[in-house]
Design a protein around this ligand. Sequence first.
Ligand SMILES: Cc1cc2nc3c(=O)[nH]c(=O)nc-3n(C[C@H](O)[C@H](O)[C@H](O)COP(=O)(O)OP(=O)(O)OC[C@H]3O[C@@H](n4cnc5c(N)ncnc54)[C@H](O)[C@@H]3O)c2cc1C
Length: 446
Amino acid sequence: MKYQVAIIGGGPAGYTAAEAAGKAGLSVVLFEKNALGGVCLNEGCIPTKALLYSAKVLDMAKHASKYAVSVSQPSFDLGKMVARKSKVVRKLVLGVKARLTAQQVTIVQGEAFVVDAHTIRCGEDTYECEKMMLCTGSRSVIPPIEGLGDVPYWTHKDALDNKEMFHSLTVIGGGVIGMEFASLFNSLGISVTVVEMQNEILGGIDGELAAMLRNEYGKRGVRFLLNTRVLSVKQTDGLIKVTCECSGETVEVESERLLLSVGRRPQTEGFGLENLNLERDARNCIKTDEHLLTSAPDVYVCGDLNGKSLLAHTAVREAETAVRHILGEPDAMDYRAIPGVVYTNPEVASVGSTEDALRNAGMAYEVIRIPMSFSGRFVAENEGQNGLCKALVGSDGTLLGLHMLGNPSSELIVMGGMMIADGRKFSEWKRYVFPHPTVGEVLREL
Ligand SMILES: Cc1cc2nc3c(=O)[nH]c(=O)nc-3n(C[C@H](O)[C@H](O)[C@H](O)COP(=O)(O)OP(=O)(O)OC[C@H]3O[C@@H](n4cnc5c(N)ncnc54)[C@H](O)[C@@H]3O)c2cc1C
């Protein structure tokens, strides 16, 4: 079996590449060992957002009286929320399959193994290809904590499929995934403790916004243990006891459930990657150039596997860039303007540099910040809440970073990304007419 392009992994990187290459008339084979859609559709972006939306509806019902609407005793059914989440996932996975089939992509259900740069084995069959794209994604990191092997802990997958209510949860790791689950379970009335090793949650996100979000969730009852290292875990009388160390003191947290969310690592093992002997970068990640090409002339690595950004939208853009390179069309991957969103309620969204990054790079910048309440629409729809919009502007007036706290910043942040990617002056927002009233008008007000 011979194909022009062979792709391993059917997540956002793999299915985007397959669709784009198929559309361009190339013969494509895509291998997927689990479900099309990868982590993103099946156990990541989409299922978390489906459940978080149920939680948001519940929160709105609970706080309806703020808007002069009465709802008597809002309640929920976790089993049905999870069933709805699974329905959303099924629909989107079927959509991916239909799109690939429409482009004549051959989909092989099975675990692929790389024999060499032009040969893949899957089961009994051998496939030859002109170009190979590796898109095997990433896996959850399980930290080496004493006693972990003897306690029933959750990763994100278990947390997404759990249908039984419980009373308390400890989340180890206050990053994006940890905070999204803390938000979800807090809304469901579960007592949540977040244990974070760093001095602030959401490492890599603007520190001021992270602190504001932490304060907001603190008010809602989430307990945060910062600068706190987990030493051991143990199960006692149906509870999981987490023993931590904070500034030389021992702290113990007990809860019914334990969720690990300490990060993700590229999935580099088990599929013959070593047979390609690809060059690695300083972080030991597979080295790719701006076309996602590796040190092997016909092998591309896209998505989480290259360890550059571990976000679905990066994976998609990388896959498009790589396919365009295969087609001989000009394009190059630019990592300067990749938005990051935390889908808590309120949302946090950011793009470009943070103040820390600019300071470390010794770059001059000005901070322009306004409360989200500068938008009339925000005030009308967010009773008793505030947020922040913060732009970092270079000495030549170009936008270097945009950081927002408040809904719906996930939908607005791309405007900052476009300016940063195009190196445009931040004052240019004033030239455009924004619909009124919209929350996006805060950008004109900056
Ligand atoms: C809980 C959670 C929430 C997230 N939320 C967001 C979010 O809101 N926004 C966002 O941008 N990102 C989010 N992410 C990250 C996002 O899911 C990943 O960045 C994205 O899925 C990466 O896409 P990918 O194609 O590189 O890999 P994946 O989606 O991981 O897909 C890789 C695929 O390769 C398959 N595979 C691996 N090895 C083989 C083999 N040998 N043969 C055949 N198939 C193989 C796997 O089965 C998998 O389906 C989240 C992740 C998690 C865990």
